[in-house]
Each structure stands twice: as structure tokens, then as C-alpha cells.
Design a protein around this ligand. Structure first.
Ligand code: HEM
Length: 399
């Protein structure tokens, strides 16, 4: 049986517990349809999510060397950029992850806190520079992660506007037309990234791009195409996702005065709170699709070799068997069993950075604007019709 659920319905996020209950009642793995991807199995529980993501014997991100979800008719530009670490199996994944792991190690990221807080503070100060109400998504939640990842990569400040435009088209794919729009964005982005890598080859420089060039010069560990795809992955994975963690958390705080007061009373509580926002918002709702390698029985269904399967992270994080009263936003929740960053070998590279950005974003924003409020009734806030992300479209605020 194929379960009919429209994950691109903007109203989906208004009614999550009821819809998930229906979905879970159909079993831990159900068959559904997704735009672009087509017919696909999805997991509905926390336990099943872990089983699939940690099992690279039975599930692969490739089929005959091709990335799952990509079709023969998709242009070369997309195939080139999609050929990145997130869509690779071992041993290529291990080789590429080893190159960037060092830059994202805990100490290096924690050392960035003062800089991230300063960036957040500057953006918060400018929030109403073009008038009030201001759209918190465009002016803050999207700008901060992009500024941070551009700095980390060593990309010039002037180029951030361009990236914001491209990132916007990537996050909006829901059907053929928006897909074509994204391809246009990607076609412009690829030569730009190649140019930046070329400049680093010639002049060196600071940041992760220069670091990749250093590794390239040592020889053998990374190809030119893999370098472009890596920078693309870091930009794409590092910006859109954190944007929606920030906007989703701000929305929840603006609509829940008691929780906001609790957090504002003591910002050392922010680490705990961010963990719960990650679970409750689940900015990334689905993992990348995997292919079933061989016929297997899992969760009461027969999966056939070649079938596609995605982990529904949003459902795992709302599973009552993992956390009590999952539909309650409890900023003091501990332990908090969530897989907002995935699990297994593709566990998010940027998890520490995202947590830190989320924390700094809330602290700078509410510190600067203690009277910050929504400019419209909460039920007018709309989610993007995009099945993969839980993304608030615009968040008009006043101070
Ligand atoms: C709240 C923010 C974020 C969320 C919710 C998130 C979520 C995820 C998830 C669920 C995956 C695994 C996908 C899968 O297995 O199919 C992933 C992978 C990844 N994320 Fe994040 N992410 C966030 C922020 C970031 C940031 C700031 C970066 C920084 C560069 C980043 C870089 C990556 C990379 C490179 C991968 C692929 C890792 C691999 O294949 O080994 N993410 N992320």
C-alpha cells in the first residue's frame, strides 16, 4: 500500500502530531511518493531511522556509481555537484571526510564563538535598518549561517549576496519549474567556485578553500571535481539548514512567552534549549535517499533490491518511544534523543557549528531587541512547500 501524504503541503507543519500518528500507524516503514524522487519507502520511527542510517551493508547512496535520486536527464552540472561526500559510500566517503574533519573538530569550532557572536550582534543591530517590520528569515536567519560558512571557507564578503540568491533556489525545489530555477542557480555557482579555487592555487589565502588546495598539492587525496563538489556541499549544507533552525527557534520563543522568559533569565541554558529546538523543529526533515542493495525484510515489509528509502528525521524526532511527550516543546528536556543531524557515517559534519550558531543567534537577537515580537498573528506564518526541510517562509517582526 502506498500512503498518500503530501509533505509539500504548506499546512503539513501545522498539524504534525496528528499526521505523524497516522503515518506511524501504517508501520515503521511505509511507501509513499515524493516530487522528483518518485516512489520511495520512508521510515516513521526513531529505531528504524537508526537501523537504516547505520547500515551501509544493505543501503547505499549510489546505484551503478550514480547518486540516488539523480536521473539520466539531469544535466552534468548537477551530477558533478551532487557527486559529493554526502552521496558517497566508503571508502571514498572516508577519504574525503578525513580531509575536512580536522577543520570542524570541537576545539576549532568552539574557538569561533566570539566571532560568531560578533557577526550575530552586527546583523541583529541592522535588523530594522531598512524599516519595520523586518523579515527575520532574510535579514538574520539566512544571513548569519551564510556569513559564518563564507568566513570559514575564506570566501569574500562581497560575494555573500550571490550565495544567498543561489541558496534560496536550492531550498525551494518542489517540482519541475523550481527544479529548473535551481539548475540555473547552480550553473552560475560552479564557475564561481572553480574561480575561487583557482585563486587559492595561485595566491594561497586563509580558510578551508586554501586548506583544500594545500591537500591537493600534497597529491592523490582529492580531485579537482571533488574539491568543487566539497565547497558546494559545505555551502549548501552549512547555510539553509541552520537558517531554519534559527527561524524555527525564534518563532517558538516569540509565541511562548514563558519559555522565552526562562531562557532570557539565564543564557547558560541555551545549550539545553538548542538541543530541544533541534529535535522539535527538525530543520532537515528527511535524509538523502538511499538504495536497497539486495532484497531484504525490514520492519514487516519486503524491500526489493533497487528500491529507494529515506529516513524521516522529523518523524523519528517526534517518536514517543524515544522521548516522552514529544509534541511538547520542553527546553529542559534531558536526555534528548534526537537525530536532527542524522547518524552513522554521514552524521552531520557541522553539528557543533550549527549548535553554536543557533545559540549565538538567539542570544544576540533577544539581547539586542528585548521587546521583539511577531508583526502578524502566529497562524499567518507560513512554511515553505518543501518536503525535505521545515522552513518558515518569512517571519515579519517588530521591536
Ligand atoms: C541545524 C543545522 C543542521 C542540520 C539540521 C543538519 C543536518 C544534517 C543531516 C541530517 C545530515 C545527514 C544527511 C543524510 O545522512 O542523508 C547532515 C550531513 C552533513 N552536514 Fe549538516 N546539518 C546542519 C548544519 C550543518 C552545517 C552548519 C554544516 C557545515 C558545513 C553542515 C555540513 C554537513 C555535511 C558536510 C554533511 C555530510 C556529512 C557526510 O556525508 O559525512 N551541516 N547534516
Amino acid at each position: 500500500m502506498t500512503v498518500k501524504l503530501d509533505f509539500t503541503d504548506p499546512d503539513y507543519f501545522r498539524d504534525v502530531p496528528a499526521r505523524l500518528e497516522r503515518l506511524r500507524a501504517a508501520g515503521p516503514i511505509v511507501k509513499t511518493r515524493f516530487p522528483i524522487i518518485g516512489t520511495v519507502w520512508i521510515t516513521t520511527t526513531y529505531e528504524m531511522a537508526g537501523r537504516v542510517l547505520k547500515d551501509s551493508k544493505n543501503f547505499t547512496l549510489r546505484k551503478d556509481g550514480q547518486v540516488v535520486g539523480l536521473r539520466w536527464w539531469m544535466p552534468r552540472i548537477l551530477r558533478g555537484l551532487a557527486d559529493n561526500m554526502l552521496t558517497m559510500d566508503e571508502p571514498d566517503h572516508t577519504r574525503l571526510r578525513g580531509i575536512v574533519d580536522e577543520a570542524f573538530r570541537r576545539r576549532a569550532i568552539l574557538d569561533m564563538e566570539p566571532r560568531i557572536l560578533a557577526l550575530a550582534d552586527t546583523l541583529a543591530a541592522d535588523l530594522f535598518a531598512d524599516g519595520s517590520p523586518a523579515d527575520l528569515v532574510a535579514r538574520y536567519a539566512r544571513a548569519l549561517p551564510l556569513a559564518v560558512i563564507c568566513e570559514l571557507l575564506g570566501l569574500p564578503v562581497e560575494d555573500r549576496g550571490k550565495f544567498m540568491g543561489w541558496a534560496n533556489t536550492i531550498g525551494r525545489v518542489r517540482g519541475p519549474i523550481s527544479f529548473l530555477r535551481m539548475l540555473r542557480g547552480l550553473s552560475a555557482m560552479r564557475p564561481f567556485l572553480e574561480e575561487r579555487l583557482q585563486a587559492a592555487r595561485a595566491d594561497g589565502g586563509e580558510g578551508l578553500i586554501a586548506e583544500l588546495v594545500r591537500v591537493e598539492k600534497e597529491g592523490g587525496r582529492i580531485s579537482r571535481d571533488e574539491m568543487v563538489a566539497m565547497v558546494f556541499l559545505l555551502l549548501a549544507a552549512g547555510s539553509e539548514t541552520t537558517t531554519h533552525l534559527i527561524s524555527g527557534s525564534v518563532y517558538e520563543l516569540l509565541t511562548r512567552p514563558r519559555l522565552r522568559a526562562w531562557l532570557e533569565e539565564d543564557w547558560t541554558r541555551a545549550n539545553l534549549a538548542i538541543e530541544e529546538f533541534l529535535r522539535f523543529v527538525s530543520p532537515v526533515q528527511f535524509s538523502k535517499p538511499r538504495h536497497v542493495r539486495k532484497d531484504i525484510e525490514l520492519g514487516g515489509v519486503e524491500l526489493k533490491a533497487g528500491d529507494k528509502i529515506m529516513v524521516m528525521i522529523g518523524a523519528a524526532n517526534m517518536d514517543p518511544s524515544a522521548n516522552d511527550a514529544p509534541e511538547t516543546l520542553d527546553l529542559e528536556r534531558h536526555p534528548n534523543r534526537h537525530i536532527a543531524f542524522g547518524t552513522g557515517i554521514h552524521f552531520c559534519l557541522g553539528y557543533q557549528l550549527a549548535r553554536l550558531e543557533g545559540k549565538c543567534a538567539l542570544k544576540a537577537l533577544f539581547g539586542r531587541w528585548p521587546n521583539l515580537a511577531l508583526a502578524v498573528p502566529p497562524d499567518e506564518i507560513a512554511y515553505r512547500p518543501h518536503g525535505g526541510l521545515k522552513a518558515i517562509e518569512t517571519l515579519p517582526v517588530v521591536a
